[in-house]
Design a protein around this ligand. Structure first.
Ligand SMILES: [Zn+2]
Length: 198
């Protein structure tokens, strides 16, 4: 099998996808190589291109090809409201509700001591700088309703205690233990409308 090292490398690489174990990875690798080599080439090229061109917005951390993303640049958005989310997928889900017109800040994670993720790993100094240098008057904490998400929201609330700003947490229209990424947009829209001061 020595000359099939590249096949094994492909199988190992595919295992980085969520929900793909060794068996699925092997099936995917064989599918790409024997049934859709053109699609495989296109996939590898577009992944390389996305990795090359996509960085993070200097203001909100969302994915962006420019230093400032299109949401932060849109003049019609409400610049007095900042919604804090864990990941770019959460931002995307909130945008799809079409019920929020403010700005965002993406933490790129959540506090999780067991995984070694502490306050320094979720861009909190950048968040404070953003708040102090802007016209933001209200913050919506839209971290997930998981233990880590709740702890992160609580931590941010304490951190910003001395800054005169209105703070709210998205309402519990979301299922317990639920993640924003997997919630339907109606439920998510309602949780934004029903947000409460904390
Ligand atoms: Zn941005």
């Amino acid at each position: 099998m020595k000359n099939n090292e590249s096949l094994q490398a492909l199988v190992d690489a595919l295992k980085c996808l969520p929900g793909v174990g060794p068996k699925s990875a092997l099936r995917l690798a064989y599918y790409l190589l024997q049934r859709d080599r053109k699609g495989a080439k296109h996939l590898s090229d577009t992944i390389a291109d996305a990795l090359e061109r996509l960085g993070h917005c200097n203001l909100c951390n969302n994915f962006s090809e420019e230093p400032i993303c299109s949401i932060c640049k849109t003049a019609s958005r409400d610049v007095e409201t900042l919604c804090i989310v864990e990941m770019p997928t959460d931002l995307l889900m909130l945008e799809q509700t079409h019920s929020y017109k403010g700005l965002y800040f993406v933490l790129m994670g959540r506090l999780s001591p067991l995984d070694g993720i502490g306050p320094n790993d979720i861009h909190l100094s950048k968040l404070i700088k953003r708040i102090k240098e802007s016209d933001i008057k209200e913050i919506i904490l839209a971290t997930n309703y998981t233990n880590e998400g709740n702890a992160t929201a609580q931590y941010i609330k304490e951190l910003l205690r001395d800054i005169p700003i209105k703070m709210s947490r998205i309402a519990r229209g979301l299922p317990m233990g639920g993640e924003l990424e997997y919630v339907d947009s109606g439920t998510l829209a309602q949780s934004l409308v029903d947000r409460k001061s904390i």
